[in-house]
Design a protein around this ligand. Structure first.
Ligand SMILES: [Fe+2]
Ligand SMILES: [Fe+2]
Length: 251
């Protein structure tokens, strides 16, 4: 489905019309995600149980702030006011539906939400808008470390049955909202436009499934299951059949 023939756009001035509009929508989505994530990690310094965890939280908060700033700069180059955009974002806690005072919530967030963002950024790294694609290389390097820690947290929590049960119930809430916030609708004209213009290289359906399959590879050995399908329906998350299949493979 990918289109490698779409022309590369080298500068902000060359991004025009519908292409610019879609670019702004995608970048705003990422700006929302990066700034909300910076705030979550920043707040989590206070609730992390050990100094090692507090230090990591501070490091991640700084990196997410750097990612946010890159997006601010890119949006400014396109003539937008990033402060104005950020002011319209729901508060971080409700945006990701995470309890910022609960360490288990933060751990589930780190495993779930942060990785969904990375899967999107993998698309942007290959984007036809070169100024953006170039910046995403460093971002993804940081994100690898974040996910490693998320997976480590899952392993640690899953060794205690009671903690795993709590992890599972938070995950059941957080995964559906993550799909909605991080990826958007799995089909429709926007998707086709992104593929045609090279703003993305894979369909949203493919990106979601890639994410789910990666998650499953860490969930399965830890004993974590996908949330029941009703949880996705309750959040009005549109699911393609292929995604449903992955979800039902580990219930
Ligand atoms: Fe980030
Ligand atoms: Fe991250």
């Amino acid at each position: 489905m990918s289109n490698t023939n779409a022309p590369t756009v080298y500068t902000a001035a060359d991004a025009t019309g519908e292409y610019r509009d879609m670019l702004l929508r995608l970048m705003t989505r990422q700006l929302y995600a990066e700034t909300a994530t910076a705030e979550v990690f920043g707040r989590s310094i206070g609730v992390a149980p050990t100094w090692r965890e507090k230090h990591l939280a501070a490091e991640f908060a700084f990196e997410e702030a750097q990612h946010s700033q890159m997006l601010c700069n890119l949006l400014t180059d396109l003539g937008e006011d990033p402060e104005n955009l950020i002011a319209n974002r729901p508060p971080a806690a409700s945006f990701w539906r995470v309890d910022l005072d609960n360490w288990l919530h933060i751990a589930v967030f780190n495993f779930t939400v942060d990785r969904a963002g990375s899967q999107q950024i993998m698309e942007y790294r290959e984007s036809s808008y070169l100024p953006w694609a170039e910046k995403m290389v460093v971002v993804l390097e940081d994100e690898e470390e974040h996910y490693k820690n998320g997976v480590e947290n899952l392993r640690e929590f899953s060794s205690v049955p009671e903690k795993l049960r709590t992890f599972q119930s938070i995950y059941n809430d957080m995964l559906p909202i993550t799909l909605k916030r991080a990826f958007g609708r799995p089909d429709g004209p926007d998707n086709e436009f992104c593929l045609r213009t090279g703003l993305k290289r894979h369909s949203t359906e493919d990106v979601i499934n890639r994410y789910m399959i990666e998650m499953r590879s860490y969930m399965d050995p830890a004993g974590l299951k996908f949330p029941p399908l009703e949880r996705f329906a309750a959040e009005n998350v549109e699911l393609q059949d292929s995604t449903r299949e992955i979800l039902t493979s580990l219930q």
